[in-house]
Ligand binder design. Structure first.
Ligand code: MN
Length: 486
C-alpha cells in the first residue's frame, strides 16, 4: 500500500496547511499542480436518499435513552482507527453503542443528545466530504482520494434521520458546553479529553450500563439481523465441511480462512475470533491460534459466527467427526452434550429464571459423569460441590446480539438474576472437555472436547432456535456431512 502523507494539526489555517503539505512534507508538489488539483471535479452530491431500514428503530432507541437521562448532554462516539503497526490500522468496527443508536458505522463519528425543554435533540457529528480547495482531498491521509468517498453531511442526514454537523467542531463545542454531561468511554480519547472536567467515571458507567441493558430485548429489526447472521453462519459451516480434506492436507487455518470468506462476502466480518479446534485443541475453550493438524478420526470443534453488515453476530458451535463418522466413545460423549443442550433449550421460555437453562444442562452432564464412573455420586452432591465443572468448565450461555457476549455491562439483577422475556436472545452451549493430560479419566477420553451451541430467541410462548438450520443430533450431523461431501 502507498504511504500516507501528513497529519493535520487543528490549528493550521487553510493557507498554512496547503503550504506545509506542498513545501514541507510533500515537496514534489508544484504550485501549478496544487492549483490544478483544486478544480475540474464533478459534483457527485446524491439527492433524495431514502432513510436506512432501521431509521425508525434507532429513533425509538434514542427516545428511550433521552427519557432515561433528562436534562443531560449525552455523548456516544463511534471510535477511532486503531494502529496495527506503524502507519497501518486494524479494520474499523464502530462501537456497539454508537451503531445501535444511529445505524451508522463511520469512524470518528459522534452522536450527541443535547437536552431541550421536552427531551433531547440528537446531532450526529461526522467528517464531511474532503475540501478540494485546501488540498486535504489528496494531500491528507484521511482525504477521500486515499480512503474513498464519504457521505456529505446532507446525505448522512437523509440516510440516518439525524441532523449532521462537522465533527472537527465538536471538541471545542463540548469544552464550551455547560450543564451535566455523560459520555461512553473507551472509544475516542479526543472527545474524552474535551470532557475531562465535566464527566465522572461513575456517571459515565451508568450510561454504559443503561445502553447494555437496553439491548437485552431485541426489536424486530434486530431479530431479523440475528436470523441473517445464523443463516450465513450455517452456510459458512457447510463451506468448511466441503473442504475438510484440504484442511487435513494443511491445518486448522484452512477452516478459519474458509469461514472468514463467507463472513466477509455475506456480512461485515466474523463476530469474534473463530475457534477451529481439531483433536485435543477442542479442550482449549478459546483456541484461536488455529495452527494445528486436522486428522481423520478426530473431532473438529468449530465455534464461529458471521457478523452481518449491520453488526449483529451469530455464535454457533458444532463438533464434527472429521472423517464423517463419530467413534463409539465420541458419540457417547456427544450424545450426552446433546441431551444436556436439549434440556437447556427446553428451559428457555418467558418467565423462566435466566439461570434455569444452565442448571438444567449442568444436571444432565453431572448425571452422565456419575453414570460413567468419572465422579462419585450422588448427582446432588456433585452439583452442590460443583465437581462436574472439572469437565464442563464454563457457563451454559450468554446474551447474544451486536456483541457476541451482548449486554455485558448489564447489572446482575437485570441479567443473570432476571427472568427471561420475549425478545431476549441467548446461546445455549453446554460442553464436556477431557484435557489430554487429565489423569482422572480413562485414557481413551483424554483429548476429547465436545460443545454444541445454538442461538435461542425467547418468544411469547417458548423459544425459537435461530440456528436450527444446522443439524445437531449425531446421526443428522453424519448424514448432513455425507451429503455435503458428496
Ligand atoms: Mn457462545
Amino acid at each position: 500500500m502507498a504511504e500516507e502523507l501528513t497529519p493535520e494539526t487543528p490549528e493550521e489555517t487553510e493557507e498554512q496547511a496547503i503550504k506545509q503539505r506542498k513545501n514541507g512534507l510533500y515537496p514534489g508538489v508544484s504550485d501549478e499542480l496544487a492549483e490544478n488539483m483544486k478544480s475540474g471535479w464533478a459534483d457527485t452530491e446524491l439527492h433524495g436518499l431514502k432513510p436506512i431500514a432501521q431509521a425508525d428503530k434507532t429513533a425509538a432507541r434514542r427516545a428511550a435513552l433521552s427519557a432515561r437521562f433528562p436534562g443531560e448532554r449525552l455523548v456516544i462516539p463511534a471510535g477511532k482507527l486503531k494502529t496495527r503497526s506503524n502507519d497501518t490500522e486494524y479494520s474499523f468496527r464502530a462501537s456497539t453503542e454508537y451503531a445501535y443508536l444511529t445505524g451508522d458505522q463511520t469512524q470518528d463519528g459522534v452522536l450527541v443528545l443535547e437536552p431541550t425543554a421536552d427531551g433531547h435533540e440528537a446531532t450526529i457529528y461526522l467528517l464531511p466530504r474532503s475540501d478540494r480547495g485546501n488540498g486535504e482531498f489528496w494531500l491528507d491521509g484521511q482525504g477521500e482520494l486515499w480512503v474513498g468517498r464519504r457521505h456529505s453531511l446532507t446525505e448522512a442526514e437523509q440516510l440516518l434521520g439525524i441532523p449532521a454537523k462537522d465533527v472537527r467542531e465538536l471538541a471545542d463545542a463540548l469544552r464550551e458546553a455547560t450543564g451535566p454531561v455523560r459520555a461512553v468511554r473507551g472509544h475516542d480519547a479526543g472527545i474524552e479529553a474535551a470532557l475531562t472536567d465535566k464527566v465522572t467515571a461513575e456517571r459515565d458507567e451508568e450510561l454504559r450500563v443503561y445502553l447494555s441493558e437496553a439491548r437485552l430485548i431485541k426489536d424486530s429489526f434486530e431479530i431479523a439481523e440475528l436470523e441473517k447472521a445464523c443463516a450465513s453462519t450455517a452456510r459458512g459451516f457447510e463451506d468448511v465441511v466441503k473442504v475438510l480434506d484440504k484442511a487435513e492436507a494443511t491445518s486448522e487455518r484452512y477452516i478459519e480462512g474458509t469461514f472468514f470468506l463467507r463472513a466477509r462476502v455475506e456480512g461485515n466480518d466474523i463476530g469474534y475470533g473463530s475457534i477451529c479446534a481439531a483433536g485435543p485443541h477442542a479442550t482449549t475453550l478459546h483456541w484461536v491460534r488455529n495452527d494445528g493438524d486436522v486428522r481423520s478420526g478426530d473431532l473438529l470443534l468449530l465455534d464461529a459466527g458471521v457478523e452481518t453488515t449491520e453488526l449483529y453476530t451469530a455464535d454457533i458451535t458444532r463438533t464434527l467427526p472429521i472423517n464423517g463418522r463419530y467413534t463409539e466413545l465420541q458419540r457417547k460423549i456427544y450424545d450426552a452434550v446433546y441431551e444436556a443442550q436439549e434440556a437447556g433449550i427446553a428451559a428457555v421460555k418467558p418467565g423462566a429464571a435466566y439461570r434455569d437453562f444452565h442448571d438444567a444442562a449442568q444436571r444432565v452432564l453431572a448425571e452422565k459423569l456419575v453414570e460413567w464412573g468419572l465422579v462419585e455420586g450422588p448427582v446432588e452432591r456433585v452439583l452442590e460441590l460443583g465437581l462436574q465443572r472439572r469437565w464442563t468448565l464454563h457457563g451454559t450461555g450468554h446474551m447474544l446480539g451486536m456483541d457476541v457476549h451482548d449486554c455485558a455491562a448489564a447489572r446482575t439483577e437485570a441479567y443473570v438474576d432476571t427472568t427471561l422475556a420475549p425478545g431476549m436472545c441467548l446461546t445455549v452451549e453446554p460442553g464436556l472437555y477431557f484435557q489430554a493430560d487429565d489423569l482422572t479419566v480413562p485414557e481413551e477420553y483424554r483429548g476429547i472436547g465436545v460443545r454444541i451451541e445454538d442461538d435461542i430467541l425467547v418468544t411469547e410462548d417458548g423459544n425459537r432456535n435461530l440456528s436450527e438450520g444446522l443439524p445437531r443430533r449425531a446421526d443428522e450431523v453424519e448424514a448432513w456431512m455425507a451429503a455435503l461431501k458428496g
